[in-house]
Ligand binder design. Structure first.
Ligand code: URA
Length: 483
């Protein structure tokens, strides 16, 4: 009985596994006659390399084996698992599919399917953790260069690196792990051997920002240590700047909840929240500037919207603007460009401002939610309204912007922005254009969103909606720049 051996290089490569598996299948090598070798390991039975089979075997079946997309996806994740049995397992499954068990994956109780599914899930989970818990630290003495140290459970660096290239396109960065490293120079990803933690910087100025941010968003009343450990397993804590705070925050949680109850009992409920006192975050850290906020927000993961979005779209405009416009969330064009109000809604807004003689460049423009929420339909990304949880997750950034800019006037465009600034239950149509005074004295009103104007299908309705928007914005003409 002929025996063969095969070594996959690199051992997490789906292409390399597929080439070997195809070759073995073409020559009808049964799974039990193929040794899948790891690293430097030698074949115990001196089986010759599979690659030499063409020269020896005189029969080959040229009919290709087709497998489902689901199997390819399963294989693509499984190959990244560290389990040495994953490669023979995948080949055994391929063999079975090619030999009449085409519906194999539809049998979830099959031991091979069960095992492969478990391996695949472990790799997906590990990839998710890497995306969430990698923290870049500035390289001392170099400008805009960052290095992160991370210890994944599986062989996922190649799989996850393109995510970071998309997410941090404009930065130069490297991620070092014990078995592989990857570098991004702004154009290409370059992979290299594993490194040690000593090769990565340990601390940078941003750490303090992260710590302040985390301490402030930590809500003791919602403490659930079991969930916390599931979501942020202890093995990752040690590399997170904010992690040093956790033991103390957890210890103090009980007292802080009591304190919150006591405070709640004394304070009258306010319908209009006070932006300044709501500021829980980075703005309170030492350099409380829009730049530091923008920087910290670019890595925000307070809600899941960051993941499918291209980037955080932070507010823009003069840091001492008299007027702040708050929209709902970036749209497709804003998500791609990184700037607020540049798409169709922004252009309609520009037209209204122009007709009113208001300089857009004098305004600070931002959004209640800083990531684009969308649904995919084919190649298109369709806007999807953010939920209150997204608005709440983003509130610290908006409050930080308000605290820094200290505008005389805030204009909320649409119901989502109005909810973010005035609180839940604001009736836009009943109150549009009506002035309110926030607790810190800032004057504010809400009006319709330019996208709502664009959504009106009949010409007359669209024109009416536009006049309503413009009529409300007219009030800004009176706002004098006092700084
Ligand atoms: N709509 C918004 O609310 N904000 C933008 O930045 C773009 C469209």
């Amino acid at each position: 009985m002929a025996r063969w051996s095969v070594r996959i290089d690199p051992p997490w490569s789906l292409d390399a596994w597929r080439d070997a598996a195809r070759l073995a299948l073409r020559h009808a090598v049964p799974p039990e006659q193929l040794d899948w070798l790891h690293g430097e390991e030698a074949s115990l039975l001196d089986a010759p390399p599979l690659q030499t089979i063409e020269a020896v075997a005189d029969t080959a079946h040229d009919a290709p084996t087709y497998v489902s997309k689901a199997f390819v996806e399963l294989a693509a994740t499984c190959v990244c698992h560290r389990d040495p049995q994953r490669l023979p397992l995948l080949y055994r499954m391929l063999w079975r599919i090619a030999h009449g068990e085409r519906g194999l994956l539809a049998t979830p109780t099959d031991p091979d399917v069960l095992r492969a599914t478990a391996l695949s899930q472990a790799v997906r989970r590990d990839s998710h953790k890497m995306k969430a818990f990698v923290r870049f630290r500035e390289v001392p003495g170099e400008q805009d260069a960052f290095i992160a140290w991370f210890e994944p459970d599986h062989l996922i660096v190649d799989r996850v690196a393109p995510f970071f290239a998309r997410r941090f396109t404009g930065m130069r960065w490297a991620i070092l792990t014990p078995s592989r490293s990857v570098r991004w120079d702004g154009h290409v990803l370059t992979f290299g051997p594993g490194r040690t933690q000593a090769d990565a910087p340990t601390d940078d100025a941003r750490e303090e920002l992260w710590r302040t941010y985390y301490a402030n968003i930590f809500n003791p009343a919602r403490l659930n240590t079991r969930m916390m450990q599931q979501e942020m397993p202890a093995k990752y804590w040690k590399h997170l700047p904010e992690a040093a705070l956790l033991p103390q925050l957890v210890r103090d949680a009980g007292d802080r909840v009591q304190e919150m109850h006591d405070r709640e009992a004394q304070a009258p409920r306010r319908r209009i929240p006070q932006p300044a006192s709501g500021l829980p975050v980075v703005a309170k850290a030492a350099p409380a500037t829009l730049d530091t906020l923008r920087d910290a927000a670019s890595a925000c993961r307070r809600c899941p919207l960051w993941e499918p979005a291209t980037q955080t779209v932070f507010g823009e405009g003069p840091a001492d603007a008299s007027i702040m416009l708050v929209g709902e969330q970036p749209g497709d064009s804003e998500d791609l460009s990184g700037h607020p109000f540049v798409g169709p809604a922004g252009q309609l807004l520009d037209r209204a401002l122009r007709e009113l003689g208001i300089e857009r460049s004098a305004l600070y423009m931002t959004n209640a939610v800083k990531h684009f929420r969308f649904e995919r339909r084919g190649k298109r990304r369709i806007h999807s309204k953010p939920q209150i949880t997204h608005v709440n997750a983003c509130r610290p950034w908006l409050m930080g912007e308000i605290e820094n800019v200290r505008p005389q006037v805030i204009v909320c465009l649409g119901a989502t922005a109005a909810t973010a600034v005035f609180g839940a239950g604001f009736n836009l149509m009943a109150n549009h254009g009506r002035w309110h005074v926030l607790d810190d004295g800032t004057r504010a009103f809400a009006t319709v969103h330019p996208s709502w104007v664009l959504r009106q299908t009949a010409d007359a309705a669209r024109d009416g909606a536009y006049q309503l928007l413009k009529g409300d914005l007219q009030q800004l003409v009176e706002v004098k720049r006092i700084r």
